[in-house]
Design a protein around this ligand. Structure first.
Ligand code: FES
Length: 162
């Protein structure tokens, strides 16, 4: 499951404090904020600018440059589908078309029920078992459209059983 904590300025300030000593501290702090809150909240930009003595444009530029930083909160689960060569050769595009149709989203979007966010990824290190995808922290290989459907269904079933 993805991080779901709502933005909290005090908690964010504590994260800044805990990571301030790190070399090149902006990136580790952004990662830690995203880990905690699921995205880089717009209030993080002025906070980091003032705490780290940077301009807002500097902070915003870094957040925009790195695709891994999200500006909106993700769904409860993130699906990362590999688009690199080995998976392409095993019809990853067909799988992706199926997932888009099934979830009614494109990449970087979240389903209407907030359950899944779909992201592209370039090689999950699972090339021998292409096409590959990751759901939250779990890697899956040889994913057919039918297998995708059962993985998505069991992800939701496991969530309901909690
Ligand atoms: S190319 Fe898809 S896992 Fe390596």
């Amino acid at each position: 499951m993805n991080a779901r904590s709502p933005w909290n300025a005090e908690r964010a300030a504590a994260i800044v404090e805990a990571n301030r000593h790190l070399r090149g501290n902006l990136l580790p702090i952004l990662h830690a904020l995203q880990e905690e809150f699921g995205c880089i909240d717009e209030d993080a930009v002025p906070l980091l600018a003032s705490e780290l003595n940077l301009s807002r444009a500097d902070v915003h530029g870094v957040v925009s440059f790195y695709h891994e930083f999200r500006r909106t909160r993700p769904g409860r689960h993130t699906i990362k589908v590999c688009r690199a060569e080995a998976c392409q050769s095993m019809n990853a595009d067909g799988l992706i078309d199926h997932i888009r149709r099934r979830l009614k989203v494109n990449f970087h979007e979240t389903t209407a029920d907030d359950a899944f966010t779909l992201e592209p990824v370039f090689c999950l290190g699972n090339c021998a078992l292409a096409p590959a995808m990751m759901v939250d922290e779990t890697l899956h290989g040889r994913v057919s459209p039918g297998r995708f459907d059962s993985i998505a269904a069991s992800t939701l079933a496991a969530e309901a059983a909690r």
